[in-house]
Design a protein around this ligand. Structure first.
Ligand SMILES: C[S@@+](CC[C@H](N)C(=O)[O-])C[C@H]1O[C@@H](n2cnc3c(N)ncnc32)[C@H](O)[C@@H]1O
Length: 395
C-alpha cells in the first residue's frame, strides 16, 4: 500500500527522508510513503529537497510562498506533512503566536486537509507552541484539525529518547481521517534510560567523517576565539570561570548559556538551531572550533550522502530547522504499522487526559490556565539564559 505524500514547508526534507526510510510489510503487502509534491519558499531549501528526494521529478517541488500557492490544483494525496514555521511560537522573544507574520501559516495546512482529505497527516512545531497566545494558539490549531475531519494525537517527542544524538523536543501531531475509525497511538520511546542515549561523540566519530564529505567546511576563527575555546571544557560555555580575564567576553546583562558552548562528548548534543549570531554555532568537544555543517547534520541524523545546497549560512539554517529523519522514521513507521494492523509498543501522549477538554472550549480555559502558567514560569527563567528561538534544550 503506497501513500502518496504532499508536503508544505518541506524544508530540506528531514521529515520526508524519515518517511522514505519507513516501510513495513504485512502478509506480503508493503506499506510505504512516496513523495508526490512538496513546497517551500526558500530557493536553496527547494534545491536541497529536489537533489536528495526527487531528482527525477524536480518540477514536483514548488518553490513559492504558501500564501500564493494554488492548493486546489495540487495533485491528489493520501498522506500530508507540514512542519509549519515556528518563528512566532518560540519560547524566547516576543512570541507573537497567531498575531505574528508566521503564526497564521499553519492555516494553509488546514486548507490542504480540507481540500485533499488525505488519509493521515503529520504536523510539527516547537514545544513553545503549547504556551503561545496564553495557550490558545495550540488549542485553536488542534481544534481546526479536528473540525476538518481528523482524530488527532499531539505529543511532545523528546528525540534523544528516539535514538537521536541531540536533546530536541518537538510537538508532533498525527491525524487520522475520522471515517477510518481509529486514532494514532504514540510509539513508545525506545531509549528512556539516559544511559542509552546516543552521545555527540558517537554521532561525530562512528564512523569518522571523511575529509571530503559534503558540507564539511571548517570555519576560520579569530585567534582570540580559538584561545578562549581552548579554556572552555566540554559541556561548558563562554561564562566558564576558568577563562583568563583577557579572553573573556565583554557582555553586559543576560549571559546566554549556549554562547560558545562546547558539546559534552558523553551526552546528546544540545539542540541544533538554524540561526543566531557569533558564539551560537555549536562547538566541538575536543577541538577549539565551531562544528561544520556536516557535523550538525550528523547530530540531526542526516546520512553523509545527503547533500545540502547553498552557502554555509543557508545550509546551517536548513539543517537547524529540519526534523531529525531517524526520529521521524520511528513515528511514521508507527503510522504505517497502524494501517497494516501490526501491533507496536505505545506510550500515553502528553495531552492524552486533557485532549477532549482542550477541544471543548468551555472547560478548556480552566484546564489550560494551570499548565500555561507553569510553562510561562519555566520559559521566563530559561529565556534569560537563551539567545534564540529554538535553543530550548541545553544539556
Ligand atoms: C521548520 S521548517 C520545516 C522543516 C521540514 N519539516 C523538515 O523536516 O526538513 C519550516 C519551513 O517553512 C518555510 N517557510 C516559512 N515561511 C514560508 C512561507 N510563507 N511560504 C512557504 N514556505 C515557508 C521555511 O523556508 C522552512 O523551510
Amino acid at each position: 500500500m503506497i501513500f502518496k505524500k504532499g508536503e508544505l514547508f518541506c524544508g530540506p526534507g528531514g521529515l520526508t527522508l524519515g518517511a522514505k526510510m519507513a516501510q513495513v510489510e504485512k502478509d506480503g503487502v508493503i506499506y510505504k510513503v512516496e513523495h508526490e509534491w512538496a513546497s517551500d519558499y526558500d530557493e536553496d531549501t527547494c534545491e536541497t529537497y529536489r537533489y536528495n528526494i526527487c531528482p527525477d521529478k524536480p518540477e514536483t517541488v514548488i518553490c513559492e510562498d504558501v500564501r500564493k500557492l494554488d492548493i486546489a490544483s495540487l495533485p491528489e494525496i493520501d498522506a500530508f506533512a507540514f512542519g509549519f514555521p515556528c518563528n512566532d511560537y518560540s519560547i524566547v522573544g516576543e512570541s507573537k503566536g497567531l498575531e505574528g507574520e508566521f503564526g497564521p501559516l499553519y492555516s494553509y495546512g488546514i486548507k490542504v486537509l480540507k481540500h485533499h482529505k488525505p488519509k493521515w497527516f503529520i504536523a510539527e512545531n516547537v514545544g513553545g507552541l503549547e504556551s503561545a497566545n496564553e495557550g490558545q494558539a495550540f488549542i485553536k490549531i488542534l481544534q481546526e484539525m479536528e473540525d476538518v475531519g481528523y482524530n488527532i494525537t499531539p505529543h511532545l517527542y523528546k528525540f534523544e529518547e528516539y535514538g537521536v544524538p541531540q536533546a530536541r523536543h518537538r510537538i508532533i501531531i498525527v491525524g487520522i481521517r475520522k471515517d477510518l475509525g481509529w486514532s494514532f497511538k504514540v510509539p513508545k520511546a525506545p531509549y528512556k534510560n539516559p544511559a542509552d542515549w546516543k552521545t555527540s561523540r558517537q554521532a561525530l566519530e562512528e564512523p569518522p567523517i571523511p575529509e571530503d564529505a559534503f558540507n564539511h567546511e571548517f570555519t576560520k576563527h579569530q585567534t582570540k576565539v580559538v584561545e578562549m575555546l581552548k579554556h572552555i571544557p566540554p559541556g561548558e560555555n563562554a561564562w566558564y570561570e576558568g577563562i583568563p580575564e583577557h579572553l573573556r567576553l565583554n557582555v553586559k546583562g543576560a549571559k546566554l548559556s549556549n554562547i560558545y558552548k562546547r558539546l559534552d562528548p558523553n551526552a546528546p548534543a544540545y539542540t541544533v538551531t538554524g540561526s543566531g549570531g557569533g558564539g551560537t554555532h555549536m562547538y566541538h568537544y575536543d577541538e577549539p572550533r565551531a562544528l561544520t555543517n556536516r557535523e550538525r547534520a550528523r547530530l540531526q541524523t542526516f546520512p553523509d550522502w545527503y547533500k545540502f545546497i547553498g552557502g554555509k549560512e543557508s545550509v546551517r539554517k536548513q539543517i537547524g530547522m529540519a526534523v531529525p529523519p531517524e526520529g521521524a522514521k520511528i513515528i511514521i513507521e508507527a503510522v504505517l504499522k497502524s494501517f497494516a494492523g501490526i501491533p507496536y509498543e505505545t506510550e500515553p501522549s502528553k495531552w492524552e487526559d486533557e485532549l477532549s477538554e482542550m477541544l471543548s472550549a468551555g472547560k478548556t480555559q480552566k484546564s489550560r490556565k494551570g499548565s500555561t502558567t507553569k510553562q510561562k514560569a519555566k520559559n521566563q527563567s530559561s529565556a534569560e539564559s537563551l539567545n534564540e528561538e529554538q535553543m530550548e534544550f541545553s544539556i
